[in-house]
Design a protein around this ligand. Structure first.
Ligand code: ATP
Ligand code: MG
Length: 268
């Protein structure tokens, strides 16, 4: 069985400079990809309804990226058609006092999807080995043991019928510059401009190192990481929709059996 070229093979070393950010293959351009993306989004709607109806599995989609990497746009586009009743988004911010008082996985476990539901993590438990590591919010002996703890947590989720798919939206530093500048130029985007993103940009290399470790330590057969070339938003949307649809097809979801005697029922 061949895996997606964007999947991080479990146990393999990750050097992000070798992973493209501006890939477009197998497409020439956005117009050529459009019908395929549309088909994927339609199929995702069907699969989500099947997930909801069968209520045997749940789906957890983890989105991580550098600032302006396109998490919000991906959510807006890829999940645009799905029934809001069966899909939830949780955006993880700086932990509250209560959240900090608990173990690092607590708030994430609380947000995990029950059977039948699809859940998108906009940032995730991985922040505990990214921002917390880069900003030295916890000492090395704490963050370094978290990779195993995360793998154990995700293994438990998958054993309990949660499909876990993790996506790193990979943009170049030049693309981030372009996107941050665009936010400055457009008044309707000013709310999205966080001066703090400039401080984080200065730590690009430290974040890259932290992402590489997270990807190589936590891409498992059960819960793989995908590195999504994301300089082109349409390509990002294609990779995401294609990967999610393929993985959900493999669940082989079935509608639950109908109640007995439906054929004989007449509605008067
Ligand atoms: P985003 O930046 O994801 O598009 P946003 O701009 O709407 O979202 P922010 O206020 O920037 O929201 O919230 C996300 C912030 O929360 C990020 O700066 C991130 O580093 C921080 N954060 C998330 N998880 C943690 C954590 N475990 N510890 C410390 N900071 C965290
Ligand atoms: Mg932000």
């Amino acid at each position: 069985m061949s895996h997606s070229p964007f999947r991080v093979e479990p146990g393999k070393k990750v050097n992000l400079s070798h992973w493209p950010t501006d890939e477009t293959s197998p497409f020439k351009d956005k117009d050529q990809a459009k019908p395929t993306i549309k088909k994927n989004l339609e199929r995702l709607i069907e699969l989500q309804e099947l997930l909801y109806a069968s209520a045997s599995h749940s789906v957890l989609i983890v989105l991580q990226a550098m600032d302006a990497g396109g998490k919000d746009g991906a959510i807006e586009h890829v999940f645009s058609g799905v029934n809001p009743q069966g899909c939830n988004v949780t955006s993880f911010k700086v932990p509250s006092h209560l959240e900090k008082a608990h173990d690092f996985l607590w708030r994430h476990h609380l947000a995990c999807p029950p059977k039948g539901m699809m859940e998108i993590f906009n940032r995730s438990h991985y922040e505990s080995v990214l921002v917390e590591r880069v900003h030295k919010l916890v000492p090395k002996e704490v963050w370094s043991r978290r990779y195993d703890q995360i793998n154990d947590f995700e293994r438990m989720l998958t054993a309990e019928n949660t499909l876990v798919l993790k996506f790193f939206l990979h943009i170049s530093k030049a693309e981030q510059k372009k996107r941050l500048e665009a936010r400055l130029e457009d008044k309707t985007k000013h709310w999205k401009f966080d001066p703090n993103d400039l401080t984080e940009r200065k730590k690009w290399d430290e974040y890259t190192g932290a992402f590489e470790d997270a990807l190589q330590n936590c891409s498992t057969e059960e819960a793989p990481w995908y590195v999504v070339p994301s300089d082109h938003k349409w390509f990002r949307n294609w990779v995401l929709s294609d990967t999610i649809v393929r993985a959900m097809e493999k669940l082989n979801l079935k509608y639950p059996p109908a109640a007995e005697g439906l054929d004989d029922i007449k509605i008067h």
